[in-house]
Design a protein around this ligand. Structure first.
Ligand SMILES: C[S@@+](CC[C@H](N)C(=O)[O-])C[C@H]1O[C@@H](n2cnc3c(N)ncnc32)[C@H](O)[C@@H]1O
Length: 125
C-alpha cells in the first residue's frame, strides 16, 4: 500500500485482504492455522503477490512435535498445544501450485523462539 516515500498502514484480517502488491510478507501467522486452512491462506497470499512472497512458519520437526506432545500432557491453557506446526515440504508444494518457487530459506531464532523463513518468487510463464 502507498509507495516507498509514503507507506500506509492498516489493521485488517488477512483472509479478507484484497489488492495487488509487489511483495507480500507474512510472518508467523500460520501458527494459528491447521494445514488445510494454512493451504488456503498461502494460496490467498500468493494471489495478492505480483512478484514475491516472504513467509515464515513454525516448522514441523521431530523435536518440536515431541515438545508439543509433552506440553499436551499438562492441563491448562497451554500455548504449545494451540500452535500449529507445518511441514516445509507441504508449504513448498502449495507455493508451487500457485506458481511460486523458493529462492532462499533460513531459520529465524531468538532465545525462546524459532521459525522457518522462506522467500519465494512468482515464476514467469
Ligand atoms: C505469532 S504472532 C506474529 C506477529 C508478527 N507478525 C510478528 O512477526 O511479530 C501471530 C499474529 O498473527 C495474527 N493473525 C492470525 N490470523 C490473522 C488474520 N487472519 N489476519 C491478520 N492477522 C492474523 C495474530 O493476531 C497474531 O498477532
Amino acid at each position: 500500500m502507498g509507495n516507498a516515500e509514503n507507506p500506509t498502514f492498516a489493521v485488517q484480517d488477512l483472509e479478507t485482504l484484497s489488492g495487488s502488491y509487489h511483495t507480500v510478507m507474512c510472518l508467523d501467522v500460520l501458527i494459528h492455522y491447521p494445514q488445510q486452512k494454512a493451504d488456503e491462506m498461502i494460496s490467498h497470499l500468493c494471489s495478492l503477490a505480483q512478484s514475491r512472497l516472504i513467509l515464515s512458519f513454525a516448522p514441523k520437526t521431530f523435536a518440536l512435535s515431541l515438545l508439543k506432545k509433552v506440553g499436551s500432557f499438562f492441563p491448562g491453557a497451554s500455548k504449545a498445544t494451540r500452535a500449529y506446526l507445518h511441514r516445509e515440504a507441504d508449504v513448498v508444494k502449495i507455493l508451487a501450485k500457485n506458481g511460486f518457487s523458493v529462492q532462499r530459506q533460513s531459520m529465524t531464532r531468538t532465545r525462546f523462539y524459532f521459525s522457518r523463513l522462506l522467500e519465494a518468487t512468482r515464476q514467469s510463464v
